[in-house]
Every structure is written in structure tokens, then in C-alpha cells.
Design a protein around this ligand. Structure first.
Ligand SMILES: [Zn+2]
Length: 57
């Protein structure tokens, strides 16, 4: 599952169970703090999220 976001902060839940906050427009790859998997990739201003989005701020 890949979800593209527009903006703001997100709380995401990785498939390993780790939850963490991240910026929805990150210019860098975002890795899970629990398992190290890449859960966010920059795609031209937006971020492609490959984790479950629990909450947006
Ligand atoms: Zn993980």
C-alpha cells in the first residue's frame, strides 16, 4: 500500500508495529525506527508512504 500525502505531519504505523511521526513532505527518505524499513520516499514534493497512516495533524 502506498499513499501519497499533501502536507502536514503524519503518525504512521509500520508493519512491524512501530508507530512514529513523520513529515508528510519530507525531502528525504524516512525509515522506520523499529525495523529500518523505508516507509516514506520523496516523490516530487509529496511523500509516498508505504505504511499505515494512523493520524494526520
Ligand atoms: Zn518497521
Amino acid at each position: 500500500m502506498v499513499t501519497k500525502t499533501k502536507s502536514g505531519f503524519l503518525k504512521v504505523k509500520c508493519e512491524c508495529g512501530n508507530e512514529q511521526n513523520m513529515f508528510g513532505k519530507s525531502a528525504m527518505e524516512v525509515s522506520c525506527n523499529g525495523c529500518g524499513k523505508t516507509i516514506g520516499q520523496p516523490t516530487g514534493g509529496k511523500t509516498a508512504i508505504s505504511a499505515e497512516i494512523v493520524e494526520t495533524f
